[in-house]
Design a binder for this molecule. Structure first.
Ligand code: HEC
Ligand code: HEC
Ligand code: HEC
Ligand code: HEC
Ligand code: HEC
Length: 190
């Protein structure tokens, strides 16, 4: 499988040089190298940036909320409806935290954002670079009953979300093969 995928990558590398710019380990000649990056080092920096550990402004505890029976869709409201799961607004936090644990220092920080009318500047954990030309859509996965944990790990064990699953092409394609989901290139690439 890995072999088949990398052969496919090489074919596309010559056709679609931009898609290769995100993979610094890939052997590509300068002639077909991504125009988006001047050097391999630039490409590598972008590659590692997006995968380096996000630093969140508040250590939001997923496990505490899930233990209190909050469900994913309380906060990631659009995950069943379309491509984007969504990150909750501070207004969503205040539905509960205008009443709950108001004396705790971290909740005072949350309240301070809400009082200023400013969103909490959460950093992204998952996602693709533009150069990878990947399109993803949550809704068909939720409809097909693919568990959040298959792609994000067990959030009931996490404080802020961690990148516990690497969304490589092999990861997507292997499951699509197993579940007989479409696997032509344009399912996931544009
Ligand atoms: C459905 C209600 C609900 C929503 C919505 C909610 N929380 Fe909570 N949160 C709780 C409960 C319940 C606790 C546990 C409080 C306790 O242990 O006293 C908690 C605990 C916390 C804590 C830990 C506090 C501490 O120091 O122990 C933080 C931080 C927190 N929430 C931040 C947030 C943020 C940020 C949001 C919005 C993204 C949010 N919460 C949305 C109910 C909610
Ligand atoms: C089949 C794999 C898969 C499943 C299942 C899945 N996700 Fe995702 N999720 C992803 C990928 C891939 C991204 C990054 C998408 C992007 O940036 O284009 C992502 C991004 C996110 C984000 C960041 C905001 C956004 O929408 O881009 C949140 C939040 C999220 N997922 C929550 C969930 C929740 C909650 C569930 C279950 C109800 C879930 N995901 C199920 C693969 C998955
Ligand atoms: C009370 C609100 C709340 C609940 C409930 C909640 N989340 Fe989150 N989620 C957040 C907040 C706030 C962030 C941004 C901070 C972070 O990255 O942890 C986040 C971030 C994430 C991310 C990373 C998004 C990115 O930046 O790419 C994923 C994945 C995710 N949540 C999945 C889940 C899943 C799966 C569940 C249910 C098991 C869940 N969340 C339940 C509030 C919530
Ligand atoms: C654990 C299994 C699994 C993983 C992992 C997975 N998928 Fe899927 N995917 C599915 C299933 C099942 C469907 C639904 C197929 C259907 O509706 O017939 C689907 C559907 C899709 C669709 C909609 C296809 C269509 O045209 O209806 C897209 C786009 C997609 N996946 C992209 C991705 C990408 C990109 C990744 C990797 C980040 C990924 N998937 C990872 C199982 C998975
Ligand atoms: C089920 C979804 C899916 C399908 C189908 C798919 N890809 Fe990908 N592809 C991805 C994801 C996800 C990545 C990783 C993007 C990233 O991490 O930046 C990727 C990355 C790539 C890359 C960049 C180098 C690499 O291997 O990471 C190339 C080239 C590529 N795909 C070509 C193809 C070709 C050619 C096909 C058809 C034979 C194809 N892809 C089908 C999801 C898919």
């Amino acid at each position: 499988m890995i072999r088949a995928v990398s052969r496919a990558s090489v074919v596309v590398c010559t056709l679609l040089a931009a898609a290769c710019g995100t993979n610094p380990t890939q052997q590509v000649s300068p002639a077909v190298y991504s125009p988006a990056h001047r050097t391999a080092a630039d490409a590598a920096r972008e590659f590692f940036n997006i995968r380096s550990k996000a630093e969140q402004p508040i250590p939001f505890p997923h496990k505490t909320h899930i233990a209190k029976k909050a469900v994913c869709t309380d906060c990631h409201e659009s995950v069943e409806k379309g491509p984007i799961a969504g990150i909750p607004s501070v207004k969503t936090c205040m539905i509960c935290h205008s009443q709950i644990a108001t004396d705790k220092p971290l909740i005072k920080e949350v309240t301070a954002y809400a009082d200023k009318g400013v969103e909490i500047p959460w950093q992204r954990v998952y996602g693709f670079t533009h150069e990878s030309h990947v399109r993803f859509n949550h809704a068909p996965h939720i409809r097909a009953k693919v568990d959040c944990a298959a792609c994000h790990g067990d959030l009931a064990q996490q404080t802020v979300a961690e990148r516990s699953v690497d969304h490589t092409m092999g990861f997507c394609v292997n499951c699509h093969t197993a579940k007989k989901a479409p696997n032509d290139c344009l399912t996931c690439h544009y």
